[in-house]
Design a protein around this ligand. Structure first.
Ligand code: ATP
Ligand code: MG
Length: 331
């Protein structure tokens, strides 16, 4: 069975973008792949986290993922820091990747903004650790949102350079699985920014723990323009907020944006937002309720992660031991 790896940072509660861009795909892949899902807590540290909150968020994310349909018995769910193979391989990849490659990463530029000098070195080399997360398992398919495309290209550059430098066909190139729809869900407050856990405004995103009233309110308040919906997708050019809401409706109701506009074209945002909130609530509310239930038993959540980490380590340790031998570390 083909091995799949993907991760999510416990930097906050997963949102609708994480769900449509990644988690929904993770759940579907479980049917016919061997899946390894990771709460990448070391990546979370690239931006300062309140230590107590980080622990709470790690458990919350575990609960949200289980509530979304991740099967931690058939597959593997664990937190990154519990398996040291990630950092061992991450260091080796720091020495393989070139500074010029990292300089091109747009996510670093987006996150660091103009204040580049004051960001952590970890934020800069994060794509190398991400490559290690995947390759420590020799995973070949990686379901992610569109914002991770460039990082996966860098991971493949690492694969090629590692194999070339050590004259060995050890790693195989990896394949990004990016969904055809909602691969980049935008902020509800600003159609030019992606929806993010780390956005300071809670109004900018729908959390997977939001209740029906909160979802309805956030959608009602979502930024739009005064025009009614167009009847074809050409009419969405230059209307990023409208395009985002149409894309969300399409992804949540398994329609194409064209089909959504053939049904709702000409409608004002009042009725369209109501219809959108309804399809969103139908999908999110059951996840939110199950998450609340799972969070009552933190011992169980910790047990899930511990068991997952032991199973993950059993796969990754021999692979990283072999890498250390290949590069000449005395074992
Ligand atoms: P942070 O702001 O802390 O980086 P994030 O919201 O970007 O948080 P991540 O944990 O970095 O979330 O990403 C987890 C997964 O969700 C990745 O596969 C990423 O590509 C996907 N993802 C993140 N944001 C979006 C989005 N707005 N639309 C679609 N997919 C997304
Ligand atoms: Mg991110």
């Amino acid at each position: 069975m083909t091995r799949v790896f993907s991760g999510i940072q416990p930097t906050g509660i997963p949102h609708l973008g994480n769900y449509l861009g990644a988690i929904q795909n993770w759940v579907a892949l479980q049917a016919d792949h061997e899946c390894i899902f990771c709460l990448v807590d070391l990546h979370a540290l690239t931006v300062w986290q309140n230590p107590a909150d980080l622990i709470v968020q790690t458990r919350q994310q575990t609960a949200v993922l289980l509530a979304s349909g991740i099967d931690a018995e058939k597959h593997i769910l664990f937190n990154q820091s519990a398996v040291s193979a990630h950092t061992r391989l991450g260091w080796i990849f720091n020495c393989v990747a070139r500074l010029g490659w990292l300089n091109r990463m747009t996510q670093f530029k987006d996150k660091a903004g103009k204040d580049r000098e004051n960001h952590s070195a970890g934020l800069y080399v994060y794509p190398n650790l991400m490559a290690a997360d995947i390759l420590a398992y020799k995973a070949v398919k990686v379901p992610v949102g569109d914002d991770q495309r460039q990082h996966l290209e860098l991971a493949n550059d690492i694969v090629k350079k590692f194999n070339h430098d050590y004259e060995i066909d050890f790693f195989q190139e990896i394949e990004a699985l990016i969904p055809p729809q909602a691969a980049r869900v935008m902020s509800l407050r600003d159609g030019s920014k992606k929806m993010s856990k780390s956005d300071p405004s809670a109004q900018s995103r729908i959390d997977l723990t939001d209740d029906a009233d909160t979802i309805a309110l956030k959608i009602r308040r979502a930024k739009t323009d005064p025009e009614p919906l167009p009847s074809s997708i050409e009419g969405l050019v230059d209307r990023p907020e409208a395009r985002n809401l149409v894309g969300l409706y399409a992804a949540l109701s398994n329609l194409t944006p064209e089909q959504v506009l053939s049904q709702h074209g000409g409608e004002g945002f009042g009725p369209f937002k109501k219809a959108l909130a309804d399809v969103m609530i139908a999908r999110i509310e059951p996840i939110a309720k199950e998450t609340t239930r799972l969070l009552e038993d933190t011992d169980h959540l910790d047990h899930v992660l511990r068991t997952g980490a032991a199973r993950a380590a059993a796969i990754a340790n021999p692979i990283v031991d072999e890498v250390e031998r290949i590069v000449g570390l005395l074992k």
